[in-house]
Unconditional design. Sequence first.
Length: 83
Amino acid sequence: MGSRPRLTDRRARGGGPDRRDDHAALGASLAEVQWVVDAYALAPAAVLLPAGVLADRYGRRRMLTVGVTVFTVASLAPSPAWR
């Protein structure tokens, strides 16, 4: 088994930089960073079921159009702030 890479081996992780202490550079504890990551996973999960109900009620194509429109407006809204 000496030839199989371990999961902690750099080659198995893609050879990227070590990320163990990145939370310290952000000024946050590891637990705080984990809460943020969990929130990013929880938000789409919380919207998934209601979005399915709305798609059943109003139609998939209409809800897709509404979703793409909301996403586009939300993406373009902060763009004048960069000028």
